[in-house]
Design a protein around this ligand. Structure first.
Ligand code: SF4
Length: 375
């Protein structure tokens, strides 16, 4: 099982918190789409397995029109074998989800939407510099159901400065009202090379303190569990059977090929990172050269990646996998620390699987760091 990821590096405007790779200059959009297809052909032998998931991320892939989607999917179907019932996700901003766009997406085989709602509060949406407003978010969720999509995920952000517990509760209530099959929710992090990073440096923005942020995470978990969602990864919740197959394959070390500027690829032994610049990417691809850097993964890298990704999920960190595949005896290496975590109710270890408890999830980064090996 393998995954295909496309990075569509354009956005209508820059959200104040975002440090993904994108450009608000969309004049090279057509050239970029042509380059994506060329890269797809150049990389067609990277994966030997059939494609189980496709994910169009970005940036804002919902900016692509029918013609651009057609070109991309024709190339995928020509050069790769798609598994029957492959999960095909389009990341979308609410303002793009018109009836016409949704019909085009369905016709092309897209069967899952991941919608960047972020909030239902107009003041917060403005503060984040999102391009849509709350009514636009509501309208889009109505449109996607009317268009027949029955697998949608919505993104919500908490720990935004100024987000009160009351507004967060109302946000979650409203989100649940739309019965999304999947919810991804991340606490706002202030990244250096963003408007918020700049404001923070100048004292114009104060990040939410840890206590309030933890309370919002707790509220998120309580309300979603009560509404019947499984908390299958620290930031991801789903109705039974609706976990993101694409993202889960990242957490389960399946191989994937990333196409486009800044996209990553992984084949079990190495990672590749495409250049983060649209013009340089297009130029290089037009010369027949994929502009990437490769990192060959050492045994230590592999152990750390395994611990980092699996500990965040409901499937947990499998001690026997570490021993069998990476010759790492984690119980022996960090036995005292793990015993301490168990005593404090932060992890459980059953049948050789380490799982974070609810309390442990709040300290996931710290615990993971302690269980890693030095590289
Ligand atoms: S729309 Fe998405 S990718 Fe674009 S700036 Fe906003 S958060 Fe970043």
């Amino acid at each position: 099982m393998a995954g295909l990821y496309f990075h569509i590096p354009f956005c209508k405007q820059a959200c104040h918190y975002c440090d993904f790779h994108f450009s608000t200059d969309i004049s090279t959009r057509h050239e970029l789409c042509t380059a994506l297809v060329r890269e797809l052909v150049l990389q067609k032998d990277y994966l030997s397995e059939e494609i189980n998931t496709i994910y169009l991320g970005g940036g804002t892939p919902s900016l692509l029109n029918r013609e651009e989607l057609d070109i991309l999917f024709a190339a995928i179907r020509t050069h790769f074998t798609l598994a029957p019932h492959a999960e095909i996700t389009l990341e979308a901003n609410p303002d793009d989800l018109t009836k016409e766009k949704l019909d085009a997406a369905r016709a092309i085989g897209i069967n899952r939407l991941s919608i960047g709602i972020q909030s239902f509060d107009d003041n917060l949406l403005k503060y984040l510099n999102r391009v849509h407003d709350a009514n636009g978010a509501r309208r889009s969720l109505k449109n996607v159901r009317e268009a027949g999509f029955n697998n949608i995920s919505i993104d919500l952000i908490y720990a935004i400065p100024g987000l009160s517990q009351k507004i967060w509760e109302e946000t979650l209530q409203e989100a649940l009202h739309f019965l999304p099959e999947h919810i991804s929710s991340y606490g706002l992090t202030i990244e250096e090379r963003t408007v918020f990073g700049n404001w923070s440096k100048r004292g114009k923005l104060r990040p939410m303190d840890e206590e309030n942020s933890a309370q919002q995470f707790e509220m998120l978990t309580d309300m979603l569990l009560q509404a019947g969602y499984a908390h299958y990864e620290i930031s991801n919740f789903c109705k039974p059977g609706f976990y993101s197959r694409h993202n889960s394959s990242y957490w389960k070390q399946s191989p994937y090929l990333g196409i486009g500027p800044s996209a990553h690829s992984y084949n079990g032994d190495s990672r590749q990172f495409n250049i983060r610049n649209n013009a340089s990417y297009i130029r290089s691809i037009n010369e027949g050269i994929i502009p990437f850097e490769r990192e060959v993964l050492s045994r230590e890298n592999k152990i750390n990646e395994y611990v980092l990704t699996t500990l965040r999920t409901e499937w947990g960190c499998d001690l026997s996998f570490l021993k069998r595949h990476l010759d790492d005896d984690l119980l022996h290496r960090r036995g005292d620390y793990l015993a301490q975590l168990q005593q404090n109710g932060l992890v459980t270890i059953e049948n050789g699987i380490i799982l974070l408890s609810r309390k442990g999830k709040l300290l996931a980064d710290k615990i993971t760091e302690e269980l890693m090996v030095s590289e």
